[in-house]
Design a protein around this ligand. Structure first.
Ligand SMILES: C[S@@+](CC[C@H](N)C(=O)[O-])C[C@H]1O[C@@H](n2cnc3c(N)ncnc32)[C@H](O)[C@@H]1O
Length: 216
């Protein structure tokens, strides 16, 4: 897999990744991590967990990846790892390894993949989860409420009810059972950078979808 270390990138071999992961009690994966600050905060508070931020855009993760390499007293976290990859083509080293997966405020192809949903991409995401792992999504509903924006982005309608009706069976087919669906109005379940940008001081709705990877 391709990893980010500050402004530089390098390949981490499957063996080196397995070796790194073996030193931790679990793996938490944040897909479409953006600037990676959510992962860095989590890594600081959960030192026993390997916290992986993954995004298609390497540059956005550079600053968090640089900070993670500092000494713990200076805010560093050796358990934070930043990976450059697309959700459509996830590193095979992650297959069946993740104890928790988060997807916070996705946009572009990632938003389309989880909201339409695109079965193949969804199955690839689900394949990274261990049996019983939690997969949690936070989706900004604003683009779905505007017909023009929906058309432009090639999205169908989405709200809490449709999430259950339309996404439920598709997620189940990918091995993810949707449990609780919550609608947050102008409040943030997680203070991610984009969550703050989109929601704080607005009345934008965030749809929180909690699902769990099946045991079979
Ligand atoms: C609105 S930002 C959210 C970033 C972060 N999760 C947050 O809440 O601050 C959406 C992120 O999804 C990433 N993204 C979009 N499509 C993707 C894909 N197909 N694979 C991986 N990342 C993708 C973008 O590069 C961007 O960083």
């Amino acid at each position: 897999m391709r990893i980010v270390e500050g402004k530089k990138q390098r390949d981490l071999s499957p063996e080196a990744f397995a070796d790194l992961a073996s030193g931790f009690a679990g793996i938490a994966l944040d897909l479409g991590t953006g600037d990676g600050s959510f992962v860095l905060r989590r890594a600081r508070t959960e030192p026993g967990v390997l916290c992986i931020g993954l995004d298609a855009v390497a540059e956005a993760m550079a600053e968090s990846a640089r900070r993670a390499r500092a000494k713990p007293a200076k805010g560093g976290a050796a358990n934070a790892l930043y990976v450059v990859a697309r959700a459509e083509d996830l590193p095979s080293e992650l297959a069946g390894r993740c104890d928790a997966i988060t997807i916070n405020y996705p946009w572009g192809s990632l938003l389309k993949a989880v909201s339409e949903p695109q079965q193949e991409v969804l199955a690839g995401i689900a394949a990274c989860a261990k049996p019983g792992a939690r997969v949690t999504l936070l989706i900004n509903l604003a683009p779905f409420e505007d017909p023009d924006q929906r058309d432009r982005l090639g999205l169908n309608e989405l709200d809490a009810e449709l999430a259950e009706q339309r996404l439920g069976p598709a997620y189940l087919a990918a091995g993810l059972k949707i449990g609780k669906i919550d609608l947050h109005l102008g409040e943030l379940p997680e203070r991610t950078s984009w969550g703050r940008r989109l929601v704080v001081g607005s009345r934008r709705k965030t749809l929180e979808i909690k699902s769990q990877k099946s045991y079979i």
